[in-house]
Design a protein around this ligand. Structure first.
Ligand code: ZN
Length: 57
């Protein structure tokens, strides 16, 4: 397939509509990625998944 790189790219967690915590974690992950802090961005994505597993699972 064209359009895909060969590296593994983890999926972005989808924030749940209307959930302030999902929105906050997503915003922080984007802000961290935007400033080049990929470690912090990854941490936020882990927090999103943990939160979604607990609250939306
Ligand atoms: Zn949520």
């Amino acid at each position: 397939m064209s359009g895909y790189g060969c590296g593994f790219r983890p999926a972005e967690p989808e924030p749940v509509d209307g959930c302030a915590e999902c929105a906050a974690y997503t915003e922080q992950a984007r802000a961290a990625a935007a400033r080049g802090d990929h470690s912090a961005a990854t941490d936020q994505r882990v927090l999103i998944r943990r939160h979604q597993g607990a609250e939306h699972g």
